[in-house]
Design a protein around this ligand. Structure first.
Ligand SMILES: *[C@@H]1O[C@H](CO)[C@@H](O)[C@H](O)[C@H]1NC(C)=O
Ligand SMILES: *[C@@H]1O[C@H](CO)[C@@H](O)[C@H](O)[C@H]1NC(C)=O
Ligand SMILES: *[C@@H]1O[C@H](CO)[C@@H](O)[C@H](O)[C@H]1NC(C)=O
Length: 282
């Protein structure tokens, strides 16, 4: 096996450079999951889930992954794909996919942590069957906003209001992580629906991880990656705000497919919604 892969890498050095097997490694449950070429297969059974992470950390850019979620009865499973820095004041940008019983929709769960603070969940039902094919889950992240995309449709925006005292993720490099795990204490109907191990092993497939992003080389990167230069394409004014067309798509997704928004959950925050909820969000 090892010899075989080495030969491929040596032969296609330039192409392989960008593949998953070159840019990520398994950090959990490696015995049962597979990274090969541009594909990554995450497996969950009674004994273990599994996960992988990028070798590099990034600050700003476009982080793309094609994902085909666990088919059939996936209740109680969670597939996660996210960016995160480390430490107690960490930043994190999340896509999580909460499984469901056969034939019923997954929940696409998003969140963002800044300086260790999260609790900014927004959830959506997919408008497609996420288990039938690969779909493109992309995070665009630049000094002015973070945008979550599915198949190039923006579903969520988090804008930078740092000058108004709202922390923004722009000083810590983040690695990309993905994992498949047992979350049946909360994932499906608040934990009521447990994993049916008769359907195990559960398999999520990922492919074509691409980080068109600024490589994090320590604190100096905070200014280098934010500098308005041609190589830092994400700093171009085009990416500082969604176009009217993209704004229309965002509205369509939110009007028709959004099922939870923390900015509307006054009860949860005892009437004190987080400050960004009062800003122009898009
Ligand atoms: C984190 O959230 C708490 C509670 O909302 C708030 O008091 C605190 O100031 C926040 N910290 C930062 C760094 O934003
Ligand atoms: C995934 O979506 C992003 C954002 O729209 C796009 O830039 C990228 O080309 C897409 N990748 C693939 C493989 O379709
Ligand atoms: C599962 O499907 C049911 C029926 O559509 C829905 O009520 C529920 O919110 C779905 N998702 C989860 C994670 O339970």
């Amino acid at each position: 096996m090892i010899l075989f892969f080495t030969a491929i890498i040596a032969f296609h050095q330039d192409v392989v450079d960008a593949t998953i097997s070159k840019s990520m490694y398994m950090n959990w449950g490696a015995h049962q999951s597979v990274i090969s070429g541009d594909n990554l297969q995450l497996v969950l059974d009674q004994y273990s889930g599994s996960g992988a992470q990028s070798k590099r950390a990034f600050l700003f850019g476009s982080i793309e992954m094609l994902i085909k979620l666990v088919p059939g009865n996936s209740a109680g499973t969670v597939t996660a794909y996210y960016l995160s820095s480390t430490g107690s004041k960490h930043d994190e940008i999340d896509f999580e996919f909460l499984g469901n019983v056969s034939g019923q929709p997954f929940i696409i769960h998003t969140n963002i942590y800044t300086q260790g603070n999260g609790s900014r969940e927004q959830q959506f039902y997919p408008w497609f069957d996420p288990t039938a094919d690969f779909h493109n889950y992309t995070i665009h992240w630049n000094p002015t906003e973070v945008v979550w995309y599915i198949d190039s449709l923006p579903i969520r925006v988090f804008r930078n209001y740092e000058n108004e005292g709202i922390a923004y993720p722009n000083k810590q490099g983040m690695r990309t992580y993905t994992s498949l795990w047992n979350a049946d204490n909360w994932a499906t109907r608040g934990g009521l629906v447990k994993i049916d191990w008769k359907s195990a092993p559960f398999i999520a497939r990922l492919s074509k991880f691409r980080a068109r992003a600024c490589k994090w080389d320590g604190p100096v990167s905070a200014s280098l990656c934010a500098a308005k230069t041609l190589t830092n394409w994400w700093t171009s004014p085009v990416y500082s705000r969604l176009s009217d067309a993209k704004m229309g798509q965002l509205k369509w997704v939110r009007d028709n497919h959004m099922i939870y928004d923390y900015c509307k959950d006054t009860k949860r925050f005892n009437g004190q919604l987080p400050p960004e909820c009062f800003k122009q969000q898009f």
